[in-house]
Design a protein around this ligand. Structure first.
Ligand code: IMP
Length: 202
């Protein structure tokens, strides 16, 4: 039996990455195109938790939301919760420009996955440390993948490919936690799917 849970996102890469990790737990997420209500906050936790609560009210079944960001040490954590906006505006080129002449290139990606269900909202977090590369490299993945080299690797996320990225990534770690929690708490979730008009447990 695979437990299929809606994931509020338009990003197919996020869905694929989550499913690589969730597979071994008998869980699968599928994208739902609800508008993800994002409160303006510097906390990924607050953004993800509130978005999940709102999505749960609309869908009336357990639902997953994720909020992630790139935090660059030399820029005091910028772009952080504003990563999506920064990516759409100045983009990778702009970030590389901001980093010109800066020798401390350390950065981290953080992800917060929120699961909303009748018992409330559970948060699962993941962090990966690394550095901002001097130039963009690789074509796989999305967002800032071409300029992020995870610790212990010589290649950017965009050069590594999805499987390898997920074995170290912020998202991989957060969804690992979610998978473990679901396995331990399946009895709490399954009745909710059964009660829902959209039965997603197979
Ligand atoms: P979101 O608001 O959670 O969708 O993520 C904010 C932004 O952070 C995205 O638009 C990406 O630019 C960036 N981001 C988040 N996760 C990743 C990742 O795994 N790789 C590259 N960029 C990411």
């Amino acid at each position: 039996m695979v437990l299929r849970i809606p994931f509020v996102t338009k990003n197919e890469h996020k869905v694929a990455e989550a499913n690589i990790v969730l597979k071994k737990y008998g869980v699968e997420v599928y994208p739902v195109n609800l508008k993800k209500i994002e409160v303006q906050s510097e906390s990924l936790e607050k953004i993800a938790a509130l978005a999940a609560k709102i999505a749960y009210r609309k869908l009336r079944m357990p639902v997953v939301v994720e909020d992630a960001g790139l935090f660059i040490d030399a820029l005091s954590g910028f772009p952080g919760p504003y990563s999506s906006y920064v990516y759409k505006t100045i983009g990778i080129k702009g970030v590389l420009k901001l980093m010109e002449g800066i020798s401390d290139r350390s950065a981290k990606f953080r992800a917060v996955v929120a699961l909303a269900y009748s018992g409330g909202v559970k948060l699962f977090k993941g962090v990966v440390k690394g550095i901002i590369s001097l130039e963009a490299k690789g074509t796989k993945g999305f967002g800032f993948d071409p300029i992020f080299i995870p610790e212990g690797h010589a290649k950017t996320f965009a050069e590594l490919g999805t499987e390898e990225k997920c074995s170290v990534s912020h998202r991989g770690k957060a969804f690992e936690q979610l998978g473990k929690w679901i396995v331990e708490n399946k009895d709490k979730l399954i009745p909710e799917f059964r009660a829902s008009p959209r039965v997603e447990a197979q």
